[in-house]
Design a protein around this ligand. Structure first.
Ligand code: HDD
Length: 698
């Protein structure tokens, strides 16, 4: 049978529809159809006939194609891959998939935005979902996380309130995919437990450059349980190999129009190109006896354990290496559930997690139309399934034998699992308490970690957070809501509140205190550069007739060798004639793209001293926009002259040979680009953005 991964593959193959290449079109009943372009009618211009069973079946099926989209996280993209541990984690957990480095466990991951509907744009300011289904040999384990390690609320009973507030306003269904509106900020200003998460949401983490370049977090404190039954608190972290990188807000907004599928296409294209994204799974482990060793409650999902207090221990890696074949069948129908756990992984009493353990099963019943959604191929475990659950909508299994327990007629099968340790046993936590509806006192510090987050940021990250608060609150009509939010911010940090207040026309708060107690440098994006490579970064080379093709070719080859994706853009599709008279293929026409779709831009020169793209307004706009968004800009020979258009934006040009200044790399000397230029340009691209430039909003 091979490995679990092989078995999973074989299982999936058997669920494919009959091969359309093997025969003609048929009805759902398998009757061959010779004509599907005209309905059966009484005469050439006559009415359609009721007896046209093919017409009725085709239309009826079409009318029922849609299922309810997810109430949150409706828009997403998924991919298959595998997980492998680095070493056995038996000391802490008996989960089979975390024992043996030679065992690869198949996974399906779905990334998503939260607020917008299924058809909304990718690059909105929002949390990103990061949900992983591990098809382990002991059953499915779902780690349903986000790209931020905390959440908006502490108790799941508030989830409907929060989601109603962040979703479009109920009277006009506006805005789509955006949190910048009255109801969200009204809720936030009245619910201070949101403060820490709002700092994350206003940070660059909320506008990731790529799903492949963001962290993932299990958020809650879970529990590992080892073979002896000993529990250890655990927090899960996914760390991307490519580092954490973000867009800038101005760019993210333009991108929503230029390519609403920016993040989804990026994931798809990378996997198709064999550039398989990879994350390292890390855990923070806290012994049970240290449960109260922190100045926050481990059960509070609005708190992190700073990595400086409990280091993240790498335990394995995940690689995504296969795109789904059918979006609906796989990505849309995948059903995650926080209560899908395997032996060795258990819950804690985090009230948000407890609520989720109810909600995900419940939502699948309505979304996937009944209780048999676990039979859908993407949801099927690779572990055998033997239950007495029967019937229900969309039952596709043909069960044999008895359907109750205990039975003698079925030989007592399926029998209870034995006591050899393979069955799931709940952690025997002792609980004792009066029934009360009350938030724990230990959950009541809403400001210290919000302040910790802000003070752990670099200056440019802090500025982006201030700008984001100003943008969001500046879209709020109710001035009382703006003021109340600023008052909450003042409890986080007085200076932050004052900065925000100055931009949104409300009085600066009187109190200028700060809840700042400690910092966690690990929270800054600057501390997460990844492997330093430029693999899959996209570089636009602006070409036109008369371009120095030697320069283009040498840089192109050098960047491609580093794994970058280089495209030649020209005023029109087709070819351009290089200065050498030869024809060079254009990858895309400038009017069909924009600089927000690329990570870097290069302006080559022409041999006669005339910058080849100098006259093209699209090209100038392209270069300026890239520059203002902090992107690497390279220019060669007479192409350097094009950059003089950026001098009013603060660029200082040099006439020296190779100069790298704040991500602008130039070489005025004529001829092919030399190795020094390439090295400097590659380094500028690897840095991703150059924040010491004028701010992007200009
Ligand atoms: Fe949730 C979907 C992540 C709190 C109820 N959630 C959903 C998805 C992700 C998360 C990634 C999309 C899964 C997919 O791709 O199909 N949710 C989180 C995280 C949370 C969180 C990290 C806090 C730590 N969620 C949360 C609470 C509740 C829900 C408190 C309800 C009490 N979430 C849902 C849901 C969804 C969902 C309504 C919508 C579609 C689905 O489950 O399958 O049940």
């Amino acid at each position: 049978m091979g490995s679990p991964a092989d078995r999973k593959m074989q299982q999936r193959e058997s669920f494919h529809a009959d091969d359309p290449a093997e025969g003609p079109l048929t009805t759902d009943q398998g009757v061959e159809v010779d004509h599907t372009d005209d309905s059966l009618a009484a005469g050439e211009r006559g009415p359609t006939l009721m007896e046209d069973f093919h017409f009725r079946e085709k239309l009826t099926h079409f009318d029922h194609e849609r299922i309810p989209e997810r109430v949150v996280h409706a828009r997403g993209a998924g991919a298959y891959g595998y997980f492998e541990p680095y070493e056995s984690c038996a000391e802490f957990t008996r989960a089979a998939f975390l024992q043996d480095p030679s065992v690869r466990t198949p996974v399906f991951v779905r990334f998503s935005t939260v607020q917008g509907p299924k058809g909304s744009a990718d690059t909105v300011r929002d949390v990103r979902g990061f949900a992983t289904k591990f098809y382990t040999s002991e059953g499915n384990y779902d780690l349903v996380g986000n790209n931020m390690p905390v959440f908006f609320i502490q108790d799941g009973i508030k989830f409907p309130d929060f989601v109603h507030a962040v979703k479009p306003e109920p009277h006009n269904d506006i805005p789509t995919g955006a949190s910048a509106h009255d109801s969200l900020w009204d809720f936030v200003s009245l619910q201070p437990e949101t403060m820490h998460m709002m700092m994350w949401l206003m940070s660059d983490r909320a506008i990731p450059r790529s799903y492949r370049m963001m962290q993932g977090f299990g958020v809650h404190t879970f529990r590992f349980v080892n073979a002896e039954g000993r529990g250890t608190f655990v927090k899960f972290h996914w760390k991307p190999k490519l580092g954490v990188h973000s867009l800038v807000w101005d760019e993210a907004q333009e991108c929503q129009g230029r390519n609403p599928d920016f993040n989804r296409a990026d994931l798809w294209d990378a996997i198709e190109a064999g550039e398989y994204p990879e994350w390292e799974l890390g855990v923070q482990l806290v012994p049970e006896e240290d449960e109260f060793a922190f100045d926050f409650d481990l059960l509070d999902p609005t708190k992190i354990i700073p990595e400086e207090q409990v280091p993240v221990r790498p335990i394995g890696r995940m690689v995504l290496n296969r795109n789904p074949e059918n979006f609906f069948a796989e990505t849309e129908q995948v059903a995650f559930h926080t209560a899908n756990v395997v032996p060795g992984i258990d819950f804690t009493n985090d009230p948000l997690l407890q609520a989720r353990n109810f909600s995900y099963l419940d939502t699948q019943l309505i979304r996937l139309g009944g209780p048999n959604f676990a039979q859908i191929p993407v949801n099927r475990p690779i572990a055998p399934v033997r239950t007495n659950q029967r019937d229900g909508y969309h039952q596709s299994a043909i069960h044999r034998g008895t359907n109750y327990f205990p039975n003698s007629l079925g030989g007592g099968c399926p029998a209870h699992a034995g006591t050899d340790g393979s069955a799931y046993t709940h952690y025997a936590e002792r609980v004792d308490g009066a029934k009360i509806r009350k938030r724990s006192e230990s959950f009541k510090d809403h400001y210290s970690q919000a302040a910790m987050f802000f003070h752990s940021m670099t200056d440019w990250e802090k500025q982006h957070i201030v700008d984001a608060f100003r943008f969001e609150l500046g879209k709020v009509d109710a001035m009382t809501v703006r003021s109340r939010t600023v008052e909450q911010l003042a409890k986080v940090d007085g200076e932050l509140a004052a900065e925000v207040a100055r931009g949104i026309g409300v009085p600066e708060p009187g109190a200028q205190g700060s809840a700042h107690k400690y910092e966690s440098p690990a929270l800054s994006i600057a501390s997460l550069p990844g492997d330093g490579s430029i693999r899959t970064r996209t570089v636009a080379v602006l070409v036109t007739d008369g371009v120095d093709a030697g320069q283009v070719t040498s840089v192109r080859e050098a960047l491609a060798a580093e794994g970058a994706v280089v495209e030649a853009l020209a005023p029109a599709d087709g070819t351009v004639t290089g200065a050498d008279g030869a024809q060079y293929t254009v990858d895309r026409a400038l009017p069909t793209v924009a600089s927000v779709l690329y990570d870097a831009v290069l302006v080559p020169g022409g041999p006669d001293g005339t910058p080849p793209v100098a006259e093209d307004p699209d090209a100038l706009r392209f270069v300026r926009s890239a520059y203002l968004h902090g992107k690497p800009v390279g220019a060669l020979g007479s192409g350097v002259g094009v950059l003089s258009a950026l001098e009013p934006d603060g660029l200082r040009l040099s006439t020296d040979s190779v100069v790298a200044d704040r991500g602008v790399v130039t070489d005025v000397s004529p001829g092919a680009a030399d190795a020094e230029f390439v090295r400097a340009f590659v380094a500028a691209i690897a840095a991703h953005r150059h924040w010491d430039r004028p701010p992007a909003r200009r």
